[in-house]
Design a protein around this ligand. Structure first.
Ligand code: TRH
Length: 356
């Protein structure tokens, strides 16, 4: 089938990250023909830069405007149009669909949530006055919803443990062989200075890999710089490709992640993690986090449950570090469980089946 994915990059990388991961799974695993129309091609290209060029070439990356200036559209009607995260299709593109002899199906690809209500809404029709069929598609953890984007699955992913990715070689040469590794990719509101300070006080050798921009964003060396003990080394990463970032997560002992794409990758890495969920004004993120933790900690002991909830809500590491052993075992087990639950191919496969 032919797929047109519409991606508007609102403020972060998540929109591009999800669209790119979906596009390449559809293309490389399922042999689909995919175009992405994106309003920020440089960001999308940056994320996509780690992939084997032959794989990348198969996906047609187009600027957003082309979707409505390109007169070929009516003839090139796709089978499926994806509005990622409910973005609105350009009017002239839509007008092209009206006159197409065979109408595509439009999918509103929603945000990932573990909340139970998504089961009821997943796959529901969203009738439009223009008459082109449109449906809601909810990614998720339960069997009844749209699944997760799993590809590439670490550690068998596109980059293996032995190959240190090009953009990370300098930084990796500074890592201490016996130090624990933590990666950090969070939103500005996180109490990271205090958190690192507390972590340093634990006395262990730890290398902390900060995602690009975090040093400045968190003003770590600003007016009140933190004085770090020698056992803690902070390393600032450049912005790397999505494959390389996936690789970093799989190489760390603990990860702090944020939007939905890095959140899923942290789970697939099979390591304990903090999900710094995108904060929403109406505090809807707290409900979303609680719903995920209900699933994630279903089989956990009461002690591990309390420690994990504390960590995920930014309690200081000294308060939960003693549970890190059981949490690591739990995270590995959760990874296996996820892969079993999504053995049907996860989101891209469920999407193809849904459309069919
Ligand atoms: O960038 P995000 O914070 O995106 C978020 C989410 O989509 C969230 O649901 C949404 O509500 C909000 O935006 C507006 O985080 P996310 O989803 O983890 O996406 C980051 C992507 O960037 C992911 O695909 C990994 C990739 N990445 C790189 O490719 N290189 C890097 O160096 C880093 C740090 C990330």
């Amino acid at each position: 089938m032919r797929w047109d994915i519409f991606c508007q990059i609102v403020d972060n990388y998540g929109d591009a990250g999800v669209c790119w991961r979906l596009a390449r799974s559809l293309s490389s695993i399922h042999g689909q023909e995919v175009r992405i129309f994106c309003d920020d091609l440089p960001t999308l290209n940056l994320l996509a830069s780690g992939v084997d060029p032959a794989m990348k070439q198969k996906i047609d990356l187009q600027p957003w405007e082309v979707s409505y200036t390109n007169a070929r559209h009516p003839v090139q009607t796709p089978d499926v149009v994806i509005e990622a995260f409910g973005c609105e299709l350009p009017e002239r593109y839509l007008a092209g669909l009206f006159i197409a002899p065979i109408k595509p199906i439009i999918i509103n690809l929603e945000y990932l949530s573990a909340e139970p209500w998504v089961i009821e809404f997943h796959g529901k029709a969203s009738p439009q006055s223009h008459g082109i069929p449109k449906y809601f598609f909810f990614p998720g953890f339960q069997d009844e919803v749209g699944g997760l984007l799993l590809d590439p699955i670490p550690p068998e992913g596109h980059l293996t443990e032995k190959q240190i990715p090009k953009d990370l070689q300098t930084i990796w040469s500074k890592m201490r062989p016996n130090a624990k590794r933590i990666s950090v990719f969070c939103y500005p509101g996180a109490p990271l200075k205090k958190w690192l300070d507390d972590l340093g006080g634990l006395g262990e050798d730890i290398d902390v890999l900060l995602a690009q921009g975090h040093v400045e964003q968190l003003n770590l060396y600003g007016e009140q710089p933190i004085s770090l003990p020698e056992n803690l080394q902070l390393l600032s990463m450049p912005f790397v490709s999505q494959d390389e970032y996936d690789w970093v997560l799989s190489q760390c002992d603990f990860n702090i992640v944020r939007g939905e794409d890095s959140f899923v990758r942290a789970q697939l890495a099979g390591k304990p993690f903090i999900w710094h969920i995108y904060p929403q004004e109406d505090r809807a993120h707290e409900v979303k986090l609680a719903a995920f933790l209900d699933l994630y900690l279903e089989d956990a002991s009461q002690e591990l449950r309390l420690a994990t909830i504390a960590a995920m809500t930014w309690a200081m590491p000294s308060e939960w570090i003693n549970s890190l052993g059981p949490w690591s075992a739990h995270a590995a087990h959760w990874r296996t469980h996820l892969l079993e639950k999504q053995a049907d191919g996860g989101l891209p496969a469920r999407l193809i089946r849904f459309v069919a």
